[in-house]
Structure formats: C-alpha cells, structure tokens
Design a protein around this ligand. Structure first.
Ligand code: SF4
Length: 337
C-alpha cells in the first residue's frame, strides 16, 4: 500500500508554492510552517495568494518577527481565526529570539513553540525535516475512515483514525508519505465523490470493497448553529474615508481593525441607531462564524468623529471579511442614493 501511494505521489503531487518536489526533503521550514498555519481552517486556493503576499513582504521568519503587529494583522485579514495571526507573530519572535532564527527540527521542539499545536508540529517535522511524524488532518481522517471502513462516527472516531494512520508511518520518505496522503484526500478520495477509479489504493480499501465508500467517515448529526444579531455603523467623511476602530485584544476578531458595532450577543433583530446624525439603515449582511451565524444590520451616515479615518479601498483590503461585507453593503447603498 505504501509503495503504491508513494509511486502515485511521485507522478501526481500537487505543485504548491511551499513545497519541495517529491523525493526532495529540503522544503523551507518557514514556508511549511506558514502554510500549515494558514491552511488550518481554509482551503489551498484561498490560502495561496495570502501565502505569496506574506512571503513577498516577509521572506524570512526574522523579517516576520520584526514586522509591526498591525501590518501582519491587516495582511491576515480575510483568512479568519485571527488568534492564529497573533500566535504566528509570537512563534516567529520565539524562533528568532530563542532559536537564532532556525526552526527546531523535531516534533517535540516544534511543539514547545508558542501557538504550535500537535498537528502543526507533526506537519512541519514531517514535511520540512522528513521526520516520521503522524500528520492527520481532515483529508487523512477521511482516507483512513474509508481504507479501514471505520464504523465509529466522527468526532468520536478521531483517536482510532489517528492510530490507524500512525500504523502506516515509517522512516522511509515520511515527509512525502504525509503529503501523499493529504493529496490523495484532496484530489482523489474527495469528500462527496471519491474517484476510486483513479486511486492507487483500491486493492487495499475496505470502503471501496463495501461499494459505498462515500458513506465514510460516518458523522454524528450536528446541532444547528445559533443565530445572533447586531448592527455595524459605517460612517464616511467627505474625503472618501471610512471611520474604523481597533477592536480589543481579547475576544472575537481581537486586535483587528473593524467597524464600530453594537454587541453581537442579541438573539433577536434590533434597530439601534445612534441618536445623532443622518443615520439610515441600508440592509444587512450574513456571516458564519465557527459557533454561530451572525446577521449584521448595516447603518450608514456621514461623520467626522473620533475614529480611525481610513481610505475606503485601504479599509476594504485590511478588514476581516464580516466587516468588509458590511462596508460593501454601505458602499453599494451610497451609490444607489
Ligand atoms: Fe478513497 Fe476510493 Fe481510494 Fe478507497 S479506493 S482510498 S474510497 S478513493
């Protein structure tokens, strides 16, 4: 099974900007680490432009460590999970300050860095240093669940899937093995429609033998996300700027630039316009966070108050997605009037 998959990887590996070619164990640890942090909750196509921008602006871990927090947070905007951007900086500064700018080359050493969890430590150890680490992301979980026709539903099956994956890791090309499994999951053993006719593992796959491989992994029914409501306030001045605020360091989107808002804890829609000025309601936008769905009413006015006045296009580029949606709604409304 291992030979079949590694041969397949040699012929079909995805070309990704953070990767070394198959058989070449010299991927740059900085690139691998940066890509793995970005990819934790987003897709490869979405992450690639961010990765290239980061690499252009901060080509080394030392350059990233020296970057002002606000610039890194702004460059991260749109990738979501902003605590990861803060952890990224903390880790870059630890590598630079405590390790002379050189990433530790073992899973244990990597795990001791701030913000580096078991998955990232295993991925960097395997991909950048060719260590026999067990790298298990969602793709690998799916492949294991199908290969072994695991009947336990996720998330309860996670330890079992990890153990099954560990049983396939050896000292022979461990970095390529980790990436081969990831690539197989991403391109062939796809979530809804596995392309078994293109898969090198069919002779070994219990899911394929069952005739319904897409049945795996089984999942426990999810509870619906609760919906919350709030209002975002968009103020434009007469110089084409929008008024922003810096959000508190702790809490959702902490430390990021944002629009002024009400709290987001309301479970019912509300109209809450400030009592002064020419506020008008211009509609609402929806956004999905991990634990809740948000409907954000958008109110617009002209203003000159005590805010961070930022050119509109610059604001669009640096705002988290939920605020960019609200800003775009207001921009569209201002063009309609
Ligand atoms: Fe996935 Fe099909 Fe390959 Fe099994 S044979 S690993 S189900 S693509």
């Amino acid at each position: 099974m291992r030979t079949a998959l590694l041969d397949w990887y040699d012929a079909h590996a995805r070309t990704l900007p953070w990767r070394a070619a198959p058989g070449d164990a010299r991927a740059d640890p900085y690139r691998v680490w940066l890509s793995e942090v970005m990819l934790q909750q987003t897709t490869v196509p979405h992450a690639v432009p961010y990765f290239l921008t980061f690499l252009q602006r901060w080509p080394t871990v030392g350059a990233l460590a020296a970057a002002p927090d606000a610039e890194v947070m702004a460059a991260w905007a749109g990738l979501g999970y902003y605590a990861r951007a803060r952890n990224l900086l903390a880790c870059a500064r630890a590598v630079t300050g405590d390790h002379g700018g050189v990433f530790p080359d073992t899973e244990t050493g990597l795990l001791a860095l701030p913000g580096v969890g078991p998955y990232t430590a295993a991925a960097v150890a395997a991909i950048a240093f060719d260590r026999p680490a067990n790298v298990v992301d969602g793709n690998v979980e799916r492949v294991m669940a199908r290969l072994f026709a695991v009947d336990t539903p996720l998330p309860a099956a996670k330890p079992e899937l990890k153990r099954l994956a560990a049983g396939l890791v050896t000292d022979h090309r461990p970095g390529d093995w980790a990436q081969a499994l990831m690539d197989l999951g991403a391109t062939v053993c796809r979530p809804r429609t596995p392309l078994c006719d293109q898969c090198p593992l069919t002779p070994h796959c219990a899911g394929f033998a069952s005739g319904i491989p897409e049945r795996y992994p089984l999942k426990t029914a999810k509870a619906n996300r609760p919906r919350r409501f709030g209002t975002a306030f968009v103020q434009f001045d007469d110089q084409g700027r929008v008024g922003l605020v810096r959000r508190p360091d702790t809490g959702l989107l902490g430390g990021m630039l944002g629009l002024p808002t009400t709290g987001w804890d309301s479970t019912a829609p509300r109209e809450e316009l400030p009592g002064v000025g020419d506020w008008c309601s211009v509609g609402a936008v929806d956004h999905i966070f991990t634990h809740f769905a948000l409907t954000l009413e958008v109110s617009m006015a002209t203003g000159d108050g005590n805010l961070l006045w930022t050119p509109v296009e610059q604001a669009r580029a640096g705002l988290p997605t939920v605020f960019r949606k609200a800003l775009d709604r207001a921009i569209a409304a201002s063009r309609e009037t």
